[in-house]
Ligand binder design. Structure first.
Ligand SMILES: [Zn+2]
Length: 191
């Protein structure tokens, strides 16, 4: 898969919109990205997760783990393709933990999966869960890297797409100057 082919999947599923958007940070951007939109479609999920699965196929893996919610679909599909066990961590009192009787054995080899990485916070927390159970992280696979190349998990890592985030302060936004309609994604038009 080339970057162009992957981008076309995101555009076809409306996961990646171009226009003039108000981000939750208050900044403006010409692009808006919602990974869940592409993962609506099993055929796209399968294609993207195959890149992750193929990359880690040569590693010895016992279990795939993902942080809820974003990582669930990716972790499940990567685990399915590798025919490995899948478990997830979820937040309880703001802290990620293993619930529902999920457990990791000592020295169990674990692949961490996620949908989107910006600061990598949830993935770092999941890595800590693996280590605190004396299991071993073998790598980290995720769909989109939005960290502008900054995130380094210190394990073999693979993203299917690196997406640079360009945003502007409202006062400095070139799209405002062009008088392009400003849209708040997921809600009504605001201007
Ligand atoms: Zn603007």
């Amino acid at each position: 898969m080339t970057e162009t082919e992957i981008l076309s999947i995101f555009k076809k599923s409306s996961a990646l919109l171009t226009g003039h958007f108000l981000l939750t940070s208050g900044r403006h951007s010409d692009r808006y990205f919602q990974c869940a939109k592409v993962l609506q479609y099993p055929e796209y999920t399968e294609i993207l997760c195959k890149m992750i699965a193929d990359n880690f196929r040569k590693f010895e893996i016992d279990t795939v783990i993902a942080p809820a919610m974003g990582g669930l679909v990716v972790g499940q599909e990567v685990a399915r393709q590798l025919n490995k066990r899948f478990i997830f961590a979820e937040r309880e009192d703001k802290k990620l933990s293993l619930r529902r009787g999920f457990a990791l054995d000592e020295n169990e080899k674990v692949l961490v999966c996620e949908d989107v990485v910006t600061t990598g916070g949830s993935v770092f927390e999941t890595i800590e869960i693996v280590k605190s159970n004396s299991a071993k992280v073998v790598g980290v696979g995720f769909i989109v890297d939005r960290s502008n190349g900054k995130v380094d998990f210190k394990y073999p890592q693979l993203s299917t797409l690196k997406m640079e985030v360009v945003s502007y302060l409202p006062d400095e936004c070139p799209l405002c100057i062009e008088d392009i309609e400003l849209v708040k994604p997921g809600s009504r038009k605001i201007k």
